[in-house]
Design a protein around this ligand. Structure first.
Ligand code: A3P
Length: 345
C-alpha cells in the first residue's frame, strides 16, 4: 500500500476500549438515566408524548421537533451540550433501518484499513458486531461506564454513529448520511420490531411513520435536514442512498473514502483493497459470523443482532404492502418533499 502520509491511528474498535473485561464481546447493559443535574432545564415529562403505534412499551417525546424515544431525550440534550467534535471526526447518521449497520461496517473497514487490512484473519469486524466497533452517540451520552471519557480518549480520526437529526449535530464537520426508499424502510422496520413485538402490524408501523411519530421522526424532516445540508455544504455532509450502495458498493465506498480524506490509492485499488472492504462488509459475510448470529443489539428494543441482517434488497415492500398502503406512503412522501429537490423513485 503505497502512501506518502502516515497512516491514521483511529478509528479503533470502541468495545475494545472497555476496561471491564467481562463486558467485552457481551451486550451493553441497560442504559441508566443520568443522575447529574445537566438536564434540569429540559423537563422530559413536560414534553409532548406519544406511544409508538403498536408498541405501547415505547414512549416517544417530541424534542426540538423530533419524536425521540423518551430515554434518549437526556442524551440528545447532553450531546448538544457536551459533545466536543473534532474537525476530523466522521459521523455516520441515519434513520433506523436505512442501512446503518452496513454503512458503519464499510466506514470502519475503510478508515481503519491501515491498522486492520480488510482481508486480515484478525479483522475486528470478524469478532465484533459493526455497532460494537464504533460509539453510538446516544448510548455514550446516556452516561455511565465511563463512556464519555472513552469517547474523549479515542485516537483521531474518530468514527461515531447517531440517529439524531442534523440540527443537533450541525457543528460536526464531516457527516455521512444514509437514507432509504421509505416503503422499504417501513417494511424493514416492521420485520425488525416484530422480532420482539410479534403483535405489531405493518399498518401500525406504516401509520407511525406516515404520521411522523416514529423513532427520530418525522422521517421527512430528518432526511431533509441532512439533504439540505449536503446541498449547501457538500464538503461537510455526504448524502448516500441504500439503493445506490446496493447497485454500486465499490463506487460508493470510493466516494466515502474520498469524503473522509482517505482515498484509495491506485496501488490499493490495484491490490484489491477496495474489493476486500466490500466483501468483508457484504450481507452474506456479516450474517455468517458467529458474533452477528447471537446476542442483542441494545437495551431499548432488545432485538436480536441477527435481525440486523435480513434480506438486503430493493423493493421488498411489494411483498408486504397492499396498494392502499403503498399509496398512503407515496402520497405522504410526495406532499412532504414537494419542491425540496429530494426524491425517491
Ligand atoms: P432489510 O430489512 O430490508 O433486509 P439498519 O442497519 O439501519 O438497521 O438497516 C437494516 C437493513 O439493512 C436491513 O434491510 C438489512 O437486511 C440491511 N443490511 C444489513 N447489513 C447489510 C449489508 N451488509 N448489505 C446490505 N444490506 C444490509
Amino acid at each position: 500500500m503505497a502512501s506518502n502520509s502516515p497512516a491514521p491511528v483511529g478509528p479503533v474498535p470502541f468495545l475494545d476500549t472497555e476496561k471491564d473485561d467481562h463486558q467485552v464481546g457481551s451486550d451493553v447493559p441497560p442504559f441508566p438515566l443520568p443522575d447529574d443535574h445537566e438536564h434540569e432545564v429540559v423537563v422530559v415529562s413536560e414534553l409532548p408524548s406519544k406511544l409508538l403505534a403498536g408498541i405501547p412499551q415505547i414512549s416517544l417525546r417530541r424534542y426540538q421537533g423530533f419524536w425521540l424515544p423518551e430515554s434518549w431525550v437526556p442524551a440528545a440534550v447532553s450531546i448538544q451540550r457536551r459533545f466536543k467534535p473534532r474537525p476530523d471526526d466522521v459521523i455516520i447518521s441515519s434513520l433506523p433501518k436505512c442501512g446503518t449497520t452496513w454503512l458503519v461496517a464499510l466506514a470502519f473497514a475503510t478508515m481503519a484499513r491501515h491498522a486492520y487490512p480488510p482481508s486480515g484473519a484478525d479483522h475486528p469486524l470478524l469478532r465484533l458486531n459493526p455497532h460494537q466497533c464504533i460509539p453510538f452517540l446516544e448510548g455514550v451520552f446516556l452516561g455511565g461506564r465511563g463512556r464519555e471519557e472513552r469517547l474523549e480518549a479515542l485516537p483521531s480520526p474518530r468514527l461515531v454513529n447517531t440517529h439524531m437529526p442534523h440540527a443537533m449535530i450541525a457543528c460536526c464537520s464531516r457527516v455521512v448520511y444514509i437514507c432509504r426508499e421509505p416503503k422499504d424502510m417501513v417494511v424493514s422496520m416492521w420485520h425488525y420490531l416484530r422480532t420482539v413485538h410479534p403483535q405489531l402490524s405493518l399498518q401500525d408501523t406504516l401509520d407511525s411513520v406516515c404520521g411522523g411519530a416514529s423513532r427520530c421522526g418525522p422521517f421527512w424532516d430528518h432526511a431533509l435536514g441532512y439533504w439540505r445540508a449536503s446541498v449547501a455544504t457538500p464538503d461537510r455532509v455526504l448524502f448516500l442512498r441504500y439503493e445506490e450502495l446496493l447497485r454500486d458498493p465499490a463506487g460508493n465506498v470510493r466516494r466515502l473514502a474520498q469524503f473522509v480524506g482517505q482515498p484509495f490509492s491506485p496501488a490499493e485499488e490495484e491490490a484489491g483493497v477496495l474489493g476486500d472492504v466490500v466483501r468483508l462488509c457484504s450481507l452474506d459475510n456479516l450474517r455468517s459470523l458467529e458474533v452477528n448470529k447471537t446476542g442483542i443489539v441494545g437495551p431499548l428494543l432488545k432485538t436480536p443482532r441477527k435481525a440486523l441482517f435480513r434480506k438486503g434488497v430493493v423493493g421488498d415492500w411489494v411483498n408486504h404492502m397492499t396498494p392502499e398502503m403503498a399509496r398512503l406512503m407515496d402520497d405522504v412522501v410526495a406532499h412532504k418533499l414537494r419542491d425540496t429537490g429530494l426524491h425517491f423513485k
